[in-house]
Design a protein around this ligand. Structure first.
Ligand code: ZN
Ligand code: ZN
Length: 186
C-alpha cells in the first residue's frame, strides 16, 4: 500500500467514524427530554397559581362548617318551609294530596311579617283520611290546599284573627284552643 492509498483509507475511516458519532449524538439528544427554553420557563412560572395568603395564627375566623348533606328545604315562603304545610296523617297519603295554594302561603307570610314573630302551622293540607280523623268537615278547604290552622305565640287569637282578616283571609278563630283557621276561596 502506498502512502496515497493509506491516506484515502484513513480519510474514509475517519469520515465513517464522524458520521457514526454525529448520528449517535443525535439519537442521544432525541432520547433526552428537551431542555426548557427560557420562554417556556417564564410561561410555567406564570401558570403557577398565586400562593395562598397565609392565615395568621390566632385568627378569629371560624373554620368553615362542613357542607350539609341535605339539600336546602323547599320554602313555601320566606319564613316557612313547605314541610310545615304537609299532611300529617300516619301514611294514608304521601303528604301532598294536593299542593298548597301560593296565594294562601303569601298571606300567611304577610301575617308572620306583620307581627314579626314566628307563626306555627298546626295543620296545612289534609288528605280525606286525615281530615276525617281530625273531625274536619267533608268540604274542608284543608283538603284543597286552601286552608291552614295556625297560632302565633305571644299574640292573642283575637288580634291574630283580626289581622288575618285584614290581609284578605277568611278566618275562624278558636279562642278556647288558641289557634285560628285561615282560608282563601279555592
Ligand atoms: Zn295524608
Ligand atoms: Zn283548619
Amino acid at each position: 500500500m502506498n502512502t496515497y492509498k493509506k491516506g484515502v483509507v484513513f480519510t474514509l475511516i475517519a469520515a465513517c467514524a464522524l458520521t457514526a458519532l454525529v448520528f449517535l449524538g443525535r439519537l442521544d439528544r432525541e432520547a433526552a427530554p428537551p431542555a426548557p427554553t427560557a420562554e417556556q420557563a417564564v410561561e410555567q412560572t406564570l401558570q403557577e397559581p398565586p400562593a395562598e395568603p397565609e392565615i395568621p395564627t390566632g385568627a378569629t375566623e371560624e373554620p368553615k362548617a362542613p357542607e350539609p348533606e341535605q339539600r336546602e328545604p323547599l320554602m313555601a315562603s320566606s319564613h316557612f318551609a313547605m314541610e310545615e304545610y304537609r299532611c300529617d296523617c300516619a301514611g294514608c297519603c304521601d303528604g301532598w294530596p294536593c299542593a298548597m295554594r301560593p296565594e294562601l302561603l303569601e298571606k300567611i307570610e304577610a301575617l308572620r311579617c306583620y307581627f314579626g314573630r314566628p307563626v306555627i302551622i298546626t295543620s296545612g293540607v289534609r288528605c280525606e283520611a286525615r281530615n276525617e280523623e281530625v273531625g274536619g268537615v267533608s268540604w274542608s278547604f284543608h283538603t284543597r290546599g286552601c286552608a291552614a290552622d295556625l297560632y302565633c305565640p305571644g299574640i292573642g287569637v283575637g288580634d291574630l284573627a283580626q289581622t288575618a282578616k285584614e290581609l284578605g283571609m277568611n278566618v275562624l278563630p278558636y279562642y278556647s284552643s288558641g289557634y285560628i283557621h285561615v282560608e282563601i276561596i279555592p
